[in-house]
Write a protein that binds this ligand. Structure first.
Ligand SMILES: Cc1cc2nc3c(=O)[nH]c(=O)nc-3n(C[C@H](O)[C@H](O)[C@H](O)COP(=O)(O)OP(=O)(O)OC[C@H]3O[C@@H](n4cnc5c(N)ncnc54)[C@H](O)[C@@H]3O)c2cc1C
Length: 586
């Protein structure tokens, strides 16, 4: 049973939950109304379902390989990448000045969700390429933009993000790669980067590496990091790729999942490079790419969850086991077992909640660029900044949870590789780790985002939630309204408690449970918005029923727990601090 891109759900989430129509109304995207967005997603879904999804199994089994020092992509990936480039998907939200189609990032996020669901390993290539193009667009000089941007925007060349080193993971202050002036206005890079996604491959003509490194006189720590561009093939004045740069692949990692995404050790052995942005200003530049990538890793969580859900639903619609109170059949379908049905509905509810959060973050990012007034742009920027760590961490946790539930629905067959449920679980497990671990996202939420603009970003979110609760007058949603109201109060109280302890051990220890609860409540809001919109104007009664049921079941099963779980945020660190890790010894 194969994957089908849920175009109707994607469109509903964009337009009825995330506020996509605000983008068209802002005048910033005159060519992209809801109808055009729907046509784009239909076409993107076709490529995802028919060209990319069929590769994911063989990609998992075969993986990418290193041959003669260069990476050969898994079978079929080269052709799939060419097809993906030919239909113009990498360029969808690119700057028209450099060959892009100028679509909202929110629409690109929906297109990428379909790609991620079809094959997570494949999706990393366009995601990093689009991120590299954004970073260069924002921080590159005119010559760099002319030489590199059109090729990155079109996807003829791909991009990478080279941050991690053996001693520098979450803590980029420890980056050691050196950049030495070459005497002719350029630089030579020396150092080793590890875990570089799609660091090398044979799908595109060139690979543009964005690399964090230190100049000779750089100060210690993050204030001494600069951003460099180093292409795999050196590029002449006309932009033609020529001889190989001094960058080699030290190896490809053997991983738990995403086997077709080559995770490379990259050796910079005097590689010719050019500075992007100001000297020592590299981290700020890289944040353009990292923030976009964080949101899109959240989208990856939604995509893999959608694929896992579809697989579990289809299996539960075929497999018969045991009697059911809802069926006369002595061997009922799994979907008629209340426990399995609850699991399936919660899986789908979490997906819709996370999708709503991710698309809302993307719409806020688009409005931050194109809203009509300075004030509206600033408010949208605050919302994007606040939601980004939640979109990344909560949605990727949803990805792992849903993939795990989907495997469970398959019973023993889930543990057997043949069904593909196990692959999705293995693939999903990277998502809470890369692009800033979910622990680091939680610390970002508590340490930086809660206090953003003197706490205004948080206040605005809470005010929107309160307003949404007050506005919800559908009798079908009375319980959802009550649970959401409790949840909003609980997270706001927890935020105040954390705010009084910002930077201290108590706030750091409470960060992960806090982010989870904020995600739970914000997700509940997304489901409530969807249910209310469906009740008000959706023509299909089955769709309306499903939206209302999802919101209500989520409220009973998830929101009902928020107030109690808030105690985990405010528990403090007394016992933790008093503990000697030797106490845990056997
Ligand atoms: C498959 C894969 C692909 C990747 N792709 C890329 C890529 O393309 N480019 C790139 O540059 N990197 C990439 N990475 C690296 C990835 O971003 C890092 O692995 C990640 O940021 C975590 O760093 P680390 O592995 O060194 O873990 P560490 O930083 O050592 O963290 C270990 C644990 O400690 C926690 N921790 C660390 N510091 C703190 C702190 N201050 N407070 C609280 N908790 C803390 C973390 O949350 C984590 O749970 C990739 C990694 C993998 C596995």
């Amino acid at each position: 049973l194969s994957f089908r891109t849920p175009v109707r759900d994607l469109m509903f989430s964009l337009t009825e939950v995330a506020g996509f129509s605000d983008l068209h109304a802002s005048g910033g995207f005159p060519d992209y109304d809801a109808e055009t967005a729907g046509a784009v997603l239909e076409a993107a879904g076709q490529i995802a379902d028919e060209v990319i999804a069929p590769l994911s199994r063989t990609g998992d089994q075969t993986g990418a390989r290193l041959e003669g020092g260069r990476v050969i992509a898994a079978p079929g990936y080269r052709e799939a990448w060419k097809a993906f480039v030919q239909v113009g998907w990498p360029a969808l939200s690119g700057d028209p000045e450099h060959g892009g189609q100028g679509a909202p990032k929110a629409l690109a996020a929906a297109m990428l969700e379909a790609t991620c669901a079809a094959d997570l390993a494949f999706s990393l290539c366009p995601i990093l390429t689009m991120g590299a193009a954004d970073a260069l667009d924002a921080h590159g000089d005119e010559r760099q933009k002319i030489l590199f941007l059109p090729k990155l925007v079109s996807g003829e060349w791909t991009g990478t993000m080279n941050l991690t080193e053996p001693q520098a993971g979450s803590d980029l202050a420890l980056v050691r790669t050196r950049a030495e002036p070459d005497g002719a206005g350029g630089y030579r890079l020396y150092g080793q980067k590890i875990f570089i996604t799609w660091g090398d491959h044979d799908c595109a003509e060139n690979v543009v590496h964005l690399v964090l490194a230190r100049l000779p006189d750089a100060p210690e720590g993050v204030k001494g990091i600069s951003l460099f561009l180093a292409p795999k093939h050196l590029v002449d004045a006309e932009g033609r790729p020529g001889e190989l740069n001094a960058i080699s692949v030290g190896g490809i990692e053997h991983k738990l999942g995403i086997h077709a995404s080559p995770t490379c050790t990259m050796l910079f052995e005097g590689a010719a490079a050019e500075l992007v942005g100001a000297p020592n200003g590299g981290l700020a530049c890289m944040f353009t790419m990292m923030n976009a990538a964080r949101l899109l890793v959240g989208v990856q969580g939604v995509g893999v969850a959608e694929r896992a859900f579809q697989k579990a639903r289809d299996y539960a619609l075929e497999r018969r086991q045991g009697r059911s109170p809802w069926s006369a059949d002595p061997a009922a379908l799994l979907v008629d077992q209340p426990d399995v049905r609850r699991a399936l509905v919660l899986m789908k509810a979490r997906i819709e909640a996370a999708r709503g959060i991710c698309f809302s973050t993307a719409v806020a990012g688009d409005l931050a660029r194109c809203a009509a007034t300075d004030m509206a742009r600033a408010a949208a920027r605050r919302r994007e900044d606040l939601l980004t760590p939640i979109a990344k961490a909560w949605s990727t946790d949803v990805g792992v949870e849903v993939a795990s539930s989907a495997l469970q629905v398959h019973g023993g067959m889930g543990f057997i590789e043949e069904t593909g449920a196990a692959q999705l679980y293995r693939d999903a497990r990277i998502l809470p780790i890369y692009e800033g671990t979910n622990g680091i996202q939680a610390i970002d939420l508590v340490g930086r985002k809660l206090g953003l603009d003197g706490g205004l970003a948080w206040r605005e979110l809470i005010d929107d939630l309160i307003w949404a609760v007050e506005d919800m007058d559908e009798p079908e949603l009375a319980e959802v309204r009550a649970r959401l109201d409790e949840g909003v109060r609980a997270i706001d109280a927890a935020a105040r408690w954390l705010g009084e302890r910002r930077g201290g051990a108590e706030a750091l220890a409470g960060a992960t449970p806090f982010l989870k609860l904020v995600g739970d409540v914000t997700g509940g809001w997304m489901l409530a918005k969807g249910a209310a919109a469906a009740l008000r104007r959706h023509p299909d009664p089955a769709f309306v029923r499903s939206r209302v049921a999802m919101a209500r079941i989520y409220a009973e099963q998830v929101l009902a727990g928020v107030a109690g779980q808030a105690e985990a945020v405010t528990a403090g660190v007394g016992d933790l601090a008093a503990m000697d890790m030797a106490d845990l010894a056997a």
